[in-house]
Design a binder for this molecule. Structure first.
Ligand code: COA
Length: 693
């Protein structure tokens, strides 16, 4: 059989199997194979019906994203799908694992669908900045109605198999022996003499009034800045406005326009980077990992509690070590409350909640022999951390790993203090640790490869997205963030107000601006970090002491009702004239003549300061390539996916342009802050980008 589809006979039924590991993406070879299978079924009068299934873990994860960005070779997916629907012998899709994107579209064009319990059914194309292009927007509403179709297509929500059965997308849901069940179903169809039931010939069930306007509003709010979800709503609406064939044509046009646009290109980049990052340069994939069954978290503050919960969620026994028995007790109660709120929102069953809580023992004294991994999460006090690592080193089991959650302290110092530096690494979680996917795994020069491999594997086990970085001040996340924060403060000194800086960055696509984010985290917390880093700050940064001034007057952010902004009872932010006055006074005292700062300058200074630092991080070898940086910003700081990450964005702007602006700000703001990184300068001069270095 040509391509990657095999066929076999089961009596009068032809079973065609997609065989294209790892996910049966519908690549050119598979499309050819499907056509050949249809040819075979058409040519053989003994074949009365066709079953279409996938080998391995999935039915199909959809169109082959590696083929995007160049012309599709014939037959295109739409052609295969239309031929399947038009086929005059019944075609039954047998679904398991994932039936996503083009995979589900193919299934929608089959005449009947049988699925194994647990199958993921979804059209996640909007996550790649496109809409389905193989008829999904026209067929799905005909089967399940407008509301469900809009939610699946415009919001990328998977359909639960039970729900799909109830809505009529599935004809049968089975617990086991999918192939047997699908063949039996096909035999029943043949025996009953049922004709193919073509989704495209169905009338969509009546749509509720205003459902399209409602979804257009919702996606504009929840997926602000993204084009594809809006287009998705329009495409689904077409199923109600124009004949099916015309709907298919229009859908494909809309899909192709998005596919060739900047947003989709950036979102596909983000998708690829997330997969690429799993392959770590210089770390052999078969590096052995150590068994981690029991962990300990030292420090029961907000971070420590979140980390403990995250570890317990993955089934690890956790000792959560607080300073006193009373503090331990309080920490456990706080975790229980967190779980309760998750359960109340429907994200956690009662049994699972109990299981997690039972795995966490909050104590005042660590039992070092009961820990395969210790995560230190005490306050960012270098002396206290050094002492702790010195105490832990000799008492832990020989194979135990000692990780620190520090966000910027020198890990090499802690590693040396432990006396066992090969076992020491960083495991930097982001707040709230139980919910945020990003984890920086930090290796020092002495961290053993198997320790690195173990932490990467563990983070994945926790459902996290681990990114491996080197041990330099602030690693990647906080070092780049600190450059942006610096510029944000300087801009205030020069004439901008917090709401102007925030508006520039939210306009760019960040969910919140830097000042709103600080208010959320707590200005006292931000100030503590500033104090810990004070020694390494420049003269001008030390002088930009807004945080000291705000906290001194009790403005701690949202929790105290005011910070950079004033908050009402619903925690809605309002610009505060008192803050404006404080900033103006500050500028006057330093002899700075305030000016109107253009939005473009705010954006350039905040973003290019980060990007320049990113170039330094690559140049210094803290990360081996731009991928790590982009992913950290996408997953950790809400960098808009439709802009692909800071380093990708810089490439799109053009490094020569970025370099030109850096040179300008070196003159106007200062060489100390805006001297271009050697790597950036070198790439810009060579006409290259970070991704084609
Ligand atoms: N086209 C091409 N390759 C794909 C793919 C697709 N649609 N979906 C996944 N892959 C590749 C991945 O890049 C990865 O390759 P690698 O091992 O060389 O890095 C491999 O398949 C496994 O994917 P991964 O995501 O690591 O596996 P998983 O088991 O965790 O998840 C899926 C499987 C299908 C749930 C997940 O890959 C997914 O969501 N894929 C995208 C589905 C999608 O958006 N389809 C719409 C396309 S229009």
């Amino acid at each position: 059989m040509a391509g990657s589809v095999s066929v076999k006979r089961a009596g009068e039924i032809l079973v065609a199997t997609l065989e294209h590991p790892p996910v049966n993406a519908l690549s050119h070879a598979v499309r050819l194979g499907l056509m050949a299978a249809l040819d075979a079924a058409a040519a053989d009068p003994g074949v009365r019906a066709l079953v279409l299934r996938g080998s391995g873990r999935n039915f199909s994860a959809g169109a082959d994203v590696r083929e995007f960005g160049r012309p599709f070779a014939a037959p295109e997916l739409g052609e295969v799908i239309e031929r399947t629907e038009a086929f005059d012998k019944p075609v039954v899709a047998a679904l398991h694992g994932s039936a996503l994107g083009g995979g589900l579209e193919l299934a929608l064009a089959c005449h009947f669908r049988v699925a194994l319990a647990g199958t993921r059914l979804g059209l996640p194309e909007v996550k790649l900045g496109i809409i389905p292009g193989g008829g999904g927007t026209q067929r799905l509403p005909r089967l399940v109605g407008a509301r469900a179709a809009l939610s699946v297509i415009a919001e990328a929500r998977d359909l639960e198999p039970q729900e799909a059965l109830r809505l009529g997308l599935l004809d049968r849901l089975v617990e086991s022996d999918l192939e047997g069940a699908a063949v039996e179903f096909a035999q029943d169809i043949v025996r009953a003499g049922r004709a193919p039931r073509r989704t495209g010939s169905l009338d969509p069930p009546p749509a509720e009034e205003n459902v399209f306007a409602e979804f257009a509003r919702n996606v504009a709010r929840r997926q602000r800045g993204f084009e594809a979800p809006q287009v998705a709503v329009q495409a689904v609406q077409l199923a109600y406005q124009v004949p099916f064939a015309q709907g298919l044509r229009r859908e494909l046009e809309m899909c192709m326009k998005l596919l060739n646009g900047e947003q989709s290109r950036a979102q596909r980049h983000a998708f690829a980077v997330e997969r690429e990052i799993a392959h770590v340069p210089g770390l052999a994939p078969d590096t052995p990992v150590r068994a981690i069954a029991a962990a300990a978290v030292i420090g029961a503050g907000v971070m420590g509690r979140g980390i403990a919960l995250s570890l317990a969620s993955a089934g690890l026994a956790v000792q959560l070590v607080a300073r006193t028995a009373a503090a331990a007790h309080a920490a456990h109660a706080a975790i229980a409350k967190l779980c309760e709120s998750q359960a109340a929102r429907g994200g956690l069953s009662r049994a699972e909640l109990e299981r997690r809580l039972a795995l966490i023992s909050a104590v005042a004294e660590l039992d070092p022999q009961r820990a395969d991994l210790v995560v230190e999460s005490i306050s960012e006090d270098p002396q206290a951390k050094r002492t702790l690592f010195g105490q832990l080193g000799p008492t832990l089991k020989p194979q135990a790993i000692l990780a620190s959650n520090t966000s910027f302290l020198d890990l090499e110092v802690l590693a040396r203090a432990s006396g066992r530096p090969a076992d020491v690494a960083g495991l930097h979680f982001f707040n709230p640790a139980h919910a945020m996917r990003l984890v920086e795994v930090v290796r020092t020069r002495e961290t053993a490869p198997e320790v690195t491999a173990t932490l990467l594997a563990l983070a994945r086990r926790l459902g996290k997205l681990p990114v491996l970085v080197g041990a330099r001040e602030g690693f990647v996340a906080n070092r780049m963030l600190s450059r942006r924060s610096r510029e944000a403060l300087f801009l205030l000194e020069e004439g901008a107000l917090p709401e102007e800086v925030d508006a520039a960055l939210t306009g760019f696509g960040f969910p919140a601006g830097p000042f709103a984010v600080q208010d959320l985290g707590g200005l006292d917390v931000v100030l503590a970090t500033r104090r810990a880093r004070f020694g390494s700050l420049s003269e001008r940064e030390r002088g930009a002491d807004f945080l000291e001034q705000l906290t001194a007057s009790g403005r701690l952010g949202q929790k105290s009702g005011s910070g950079w902004y004033r908050y009402d009872a619903e925690r809605r932010a309002q610009p505060d004239p008192q803050v404006a006055a404080l900033i103006e006074r500050h500028s006057a005292e330093r002899g700075r003549v305030r000016r109107a700062v253009p939005e473009a300058e705010i954006l350039e200074r905040c973003l290019y300061a980060m990007i320049n630092e990113g170039a330094r991080l690559i140049g210094e070898g803290v990360v081996p390539r731009p991928h790590e940086i982009d992913l950290i910003w996408l997953a950790g700081f809400g960098f808009p996916a439709y802009r692909g990450g800071p380093m990708y964005y810089a490439d799109r702007v053009g490094l020569a342009n970025v370099l030109g602006r850096l040179a300008h700000y070196r003159e106007t703001v200062g060489a100390e802050f805006f001297t271009p990184a050697p790597l950036l300068e070198q790439l810009a001069r060579a006409g290259r980008g970070f991704y084609d270095a």
